[in-house]
Design a protein around this ligand. Structure first.
Ligand SMILES: *Cc1c(COP(=O)(O)O)cnc(C)c1O
Length: 458
């Protein structure tokens, strides 16, 4: 039994209900790439939880009071106060979204040839490190490789591997350690406080700055209160504050746990770093009191950041994803265990053993969810992560073929998730009927967003 949402619905938006024939035509037109579908063609959109959140009445009201003054707006002061209450850093810089904040931080912190070491870099984070001529190095903990392991903190960094890097000849190349909470690239799994504390100790011992990529700080904090001994009597806000206190600073996309539609923050204590980052914010984002956001956004975020650590909200949100995990499990589809909060990761490779990685089982399952039920989601397997030559040869496939069902905040009800489970169950009854896919257009850069495919009909 899921725990009911601690809110009721005040405004509604119809969702498109489509026929199988409409969906088939939509997919043909889209080149079987779900990024080419229009909102009007999608019934349940689980592509991402980023910027797709439902705002509260209090957030809308705060937005109306947004102050669009260029410098020193009231909205900025309210935003700064709300952010400062969570993360007690000296310098708080706004940016329009997470990747902009990342780029600015890395530009200031990394020299070409250096490395950023992480539990797992998120895609844009990895790209921003690489674009500076630096190496993004992932050191996920060992349990992370076992999708079925119920270990509670599979988002952790491998502390032995981190110690080895920091105490060895590569130390000079390490520009920062970046802990992603929750670990989005690693199955949405949380990081424990114990792991963060140990990471902080290592960073201190070897003189390396520790930053958080804190897009889902509240969801990580909630899972700490639920899964980690010693934190059960803490509020999620207390845990979040303790997490931020362990790091030298953070970048955070606020399109997730800001429960709004746009925004980010870059925050830290280092004065010298602030001089450089402030220049870059002004040159590329906007003045230091808005950073590419409107006053309306700043105010909606300030209110969202107050709401997101509410234990009742977090409990209900976590229980939605747990419920979806049960429904999916009942349908006979395995997921990355244990379920996190912002998404479920389906093990498509296991469901569709008749498809080889170069026939893209994850993409096959994602397409089927759309064709059968108008459900949009994202493949995280060979199509997204492997190297694919012009002739279609797939090299360096990732170890698992996954599909991510992301759950936007406060948008869908339990009935919607039940529907997703029903569609999945229908597919799982005859998995052998799900076709593989081949690429008809294979761009070498940003492939998932531009590629086109067709089903393999034998
Ligand atoms: C979304 C996300 C980012 C990038 O943020 P945007 O606001 O989408 O640019 C960075 N890191 C993590 C962990 C994310 O989930």
């Amino acid at each position: 039994m899921p725990i009911m949402e601690p809110y009721r619905i005040k405004v509604v938006e119809p969702i498109p209900i489509t026929t199988p024939e409409q969906r088939r035509r939509a997919m043909e037109r889209a080149g079987y790439n779900q990024f080419n579908l229009s909102a009007d063609e999608v019934t349940i959109d689980l592509l991402t939880d980023s910027g797709t959140n439902a705002v509260s009445a209090a957030q809308l009201a705060a937005g109306i009071d947004g102050d669009e003054t260029y410098a020193g707006s009231r909205s900025w002061h309210r935003f700064r106060q709300a952010v400062g209450d969570l993360m007690n850093y000296e310098h708080i810089l706004p940016a329009h979204q997470g990747r902009a904040a990342e780029r600015i931080l890395f530009t200031a912190l990394l020299k070409p040839g250096q490395m950023s070491v992480s539990n797992t870099h998120f895609d844009t984070t990895r790209a921003n490190v690489a674009l500076l001529g630096c190496e993004p190095r992932d050191l996920p903990c060992r349990e992370a490789a076992d999708l079925d392991s119920p270990a509670p903190f599979k988002g952790n960094i491998d502390l032995d591997a981190l110690r080895e890097v920091l105490s060895g000849p590569e130390r000079e190349r390490v520009g920062l350690v970046l802990m992603t909470v929750t670990n989005n690239g690693g199955g949405g799994q949380p990081v424990s406080m114990a792991n963060l504390i140990a990471t902080r100790e290592l960073c201190r011992q070897f003189g390396v700055p520790l930053f958080l990529d804190a897009a889902r700080f509240a969801e990580n904090a909630w899972l700490v209160t639920q899964r980690e001994e010693g934190y059960r009597d803490h509020t999620p806000r207390q845990v979040a504050q303790a997490m931020f206190a362990l790091a030298d600073g953070c970048v955070a996309s606020l399109k997730k746990d800001g429960i709004a539609h746009i925004g980010a923050v870059l925050a830290f204590n280092d004065d010298r770093l602030a001089d450089i980052c402030q220049l870059h914010v002004i040159a590329s984002e906007g003045f230091l009191t808005y950073g590419g956001m409107t006053g309306r956004d700043l105010d909606m975020l300030a209110q969202g950041l107050a709401e997101v650590t509410d234990p009742l909200y977090l409990r209900a949100r976590a229980s939605m994803t747990e419920y979806l995990a049960e429904v999916v499990d009942a349908a006979g589809v395995t997921i990355v265990r244990p379920p996190g909060i912002h998404a479920l990761y389906l093990n498509a490779g296991r469901l569709l053993p008749h498809l080889r990685p170069d026939q893209f089982p994850g993409h096959g399952l994602a397409c089927e969810l759309y064709l059968q039920g108008g459900i949009r989601c994202a493949e995280l397997g060979s199509l997204y992560l492997a190297e694919i030559d012009d002739d279609g040869t797939v090299r360096n496939s990732p170890p698992h073929e996954l599909v991510r069902l992301a759950v936007p905040r406060r948008v869908y009800t339990q009935t919607h998730l039940e529907y997703v489970g029903e569609v999945l169950a229908k597919i799982a009854k005859h998995p052998e009927r799900v076709p593989g896919y081949r690429l008809t257009k294979n761009p070498q850069v940003l492939r998932p967003f531009h590629c086109r495919l067709e089903p393999i009909t034998s």
